[in-house]
Design a protein around this ligand. Sequence first.
Ligand code: HEM
Length: 241
Amino acid sequence: MSMPAPLVHWPPGASVNLQMFWRWLHIASAILWIGFLYFFNLVSSRFSAHLDPSTRPSVLPGLLWPTLNWFRWASLVTVLSGLAYLGEIVSTDAKNGGGNPGAFFGTFFGIWIVAWILFYGLLRFGNRPLLYVGASIAIFAASWLFLKWNSHGWESNRSLSIGIGGGMGFLLLLNVWGIVWRANKKILRWMEGAAASPASMPAELVSLGKQAALTSRFSFYLTFVIIFFMAAASHFPMFGV
Ligand code: HEM
């Protein structure tokens, strides 16, 4: 008796294949990005804190330059591939329901950029409870406003769930490039100099380092909310008609 052939069908059509490519790239780069963020928060920050301050300059640059490079470029690929995929989803929704994808993306970028500016303003006070409470309120308000301005009936659960979770992911990208990378590259360059001729860290760098650490920890917590909305997009209908 002959065994039946395995049932394998590669879906035909450019659009479905392109979407699968964006999805695959998005998930692979998100694992890389968030994996490094978890490494910073769960492993390397504790390891650095236990190192003798005089040995940090000779140990940390070799570890952190490559890690930060993978981390920041993975963040960009995650967001760009996510946006490419979201573009496909929203334009299909708009075509089927007679909506305007331009307005959707206009509100997306407008709202989440303002939320980031508020986050950055709060961060400059250097006060953890103020940052956590203020930024959580700003992010909640941004999500609510996004839903309010994009509830015409044509937007699907996928579009809206990613509009919120992806908006938070976009805010995290601004944190990576605008705060964490900007501070750490200065600190690592200073450390390389200090490894050659020991010196104490200038106050400006100490303060930048604290801002980067606060941002990184807040971003770490926010990833759990983002992952909820990413996973809800196709599997947990809670938005739209
Ligand atoms: C911290 C950042 C992010 C992480 C960890 C992340 C992770 C994920 C994961 C794991 C999925 C697969 C969910 C599933 O199939 O159940 C997904 C889907 C998706 N993500 Fe993200 N993502 C992030 C940021 C973004 C951003 C910034 C955008 C775009 C603005 C985006 C757009 C999408 C889209 C369009 C999907 C497909 C949803 C669907 O198939 O219905 N993501 N994401």
